[in-house]
Design a protein around this ligand. Structure first.
Ligand SMILES: NC(=O)C1=CN([C@@H]2O[C@H](COP(=O)(O)OP(=O)(O)OC[C@H]3O[C@@H](n4cnc5c(N)ncnc54)[C@H](OP(=O)(O)O)[C@@H]3O)[C@@H](O)[C@H]2O)C=CC1
Ligand SMILES: CC(=O)N[C@@H](CCC(=O)OP(=O)(O)O)C(=O)O
Length: 345
């Protein structure tokens, strides 16, 4: 059994991790951390987990965790993770970090968007955990920067098409929609019921912190500078994410080639499903699953490619991908604990 701990278990992605680990055939849950709920039983915070092993929440203590577990999931805010991760890595404990702290290769790129990095020495060895595209490097990694939810939904369809030069790296647009759980469990003005339920619209237009994360990966894939216009929207649903992406095909690229390429990259991938012609995903198709569903349409006259990609922000966009990363790191079946649907419609 792989012994696990979840730091930040009282948050939304923390809860998803507890559910996944509790149903995983090869893992045991040894500790859950929370500051605000320390001393409380996990099932008192989340009554839906009654009947599962209930642990008492403790504050984060790296040495205590390192004595007990093989891997720690950090479901913590940015900045907090970078303070905790080095202590675990020093004790040879594997880390899957759900925050943005270990997603960038370069501290300067991180610092331009977030804040000064206090563990930048780990950026060289941390691996961007986009499972389908970085599997070989994830295998040997001690620390994973689990991708953001918007980047996951945008990168999975675009990376193969850019690598194979089927679309132009210029003028890419992603119009993306997220459920409110994407903002975490803490209350804020934009996410309380009255606001989120009525005020559908874009936010952080032109300055969302995921744009540089996405561009870094796309630029590497294309081998040249990529420009993406990314506009996120908050929609009044609890969970789910859809990105509608517009790209220009490169001269001569036909629908057949696009389809053949995506099929070739993903036909053996259990969690990426390329939909048949004229089929497009919506949030309900992927809710409760670790899947990214991708449909597309090519306007033959304009050469404009319209791609629709859907994920569950809390699963493939966070906790599901984190468990998939752990499965790869420990070289067990990549689907373990993930090949079921949590909340079917
Ligand atoms: N929600 C989503 O869809 C996605 C989230 N992410 C990322 O995953 C991480 C977790 O997100 P999410 O679960 O939504 O966030 P939540 O706000 O729901 O939960 C955050 C957790 O972190 C703990 N925490 C907050 N501040 C501190 C601190 N200073 N020290 C120790 N623990 C702290 C909180 O616990 P307590 O207050 O009890 O200590 C809580 O358990 C974030 O980095 C987020 O950006 C990534 C992809 C998608
Ligand atoms: C709806 C909402 O607020 N979403 C979050 C993204 C959540 C996520 O994927 O990512 P991180 O791990 O990078 O925080 C946002 O726009 O900041």
């Amino acid at each position: 059994m792989i012994k696990t701990a979840i730091a930040g278990a009282s948050g939304y992605t923390g809860l998803e991790l507890v559910k996944l680990i509790s149903n995983h055939p090869k893992t045991s849950l040894e500790a859950v951390t929370s500051n605000s709920y320390q001393g409380k039983s996990f099932t008192d915070i989340f009554p839906s987990m009654r009947g599962f092993k209930s642990l008492i929440c403790t504050p984060f203590d790296a040495n205590e965790l390192a004595d007990k577990v093989d891997v720690v999931f950090l479901a913590l805010p940015h900045k907090v993770s970078m303070a905790f991760a080095p202590k675990l890595v020093d004790r040879n404990i594997k880390v899957v970090d759900l925050s943005a702290d270990f997603r960038f290769d370069d501290a300067k790129a991180y610092e331009a968007v977030y804040q000064p990095h206090t563990a930048s020495n780990l950026l060289k060895e941390s691996v961007y955990g986009l499972c389908e595209l970085n599997r070989d490097r994830i295998k040997g990694a001690r620390i994973i920067g689990n991708p953001g939810c918007y980047p996951t939904s945008i990168l999975l369809p675009l990376v193969p098409l850019l690598k194979e030069k089927l679309i132009s790296p210029q003028g890419l647009i992603s119009d993306s929609k997220s459920g409110v759980s994407g903002a975490g469990r803490s209350l804020s003005l934009t996410t309380h019921y009255c606001e989120a339920n009525e005020a559908f619209g874009p936010y952080k237009v032109g300055n969302h912190r995921h744009t540089p994360e996405i561009n870094e990966v796309l630029t590497k894939a294309a081998g040249e500078r990529v420009s993406l216009t990314f506009v996120p929207h908050l929609v009044p649903v609890t969970r789910g994410m859809v990105s509608t992406i517009y790209a220009r095909t490169r001269k001569g690229a036909a629908e057949k080639q696009i389809r053949a390429t995506l099929n070739r990259w993903y036909e053996n991938e259990p969690f990426v499903r390329i939909l048949p012609p004229d089929k497009f995903p919506n949030m309900s198709h992927v809710k409760g699953t670790n899947c990214c569903d991708i449909g597309f349409h090519l306007e033959p006259e304009s050469g404009r490619l319209i791609i629709v990609s859907a994920i569950d922000n809390l699963l493939k966009g966070a906790a599901g991908q984190a468990v998939q990363n752990m499965n790869i790191m420990f070289e067990i079946d990549e689907k373990a604990g993930l090949d079921w649907v949590q909340t079917p419609l």
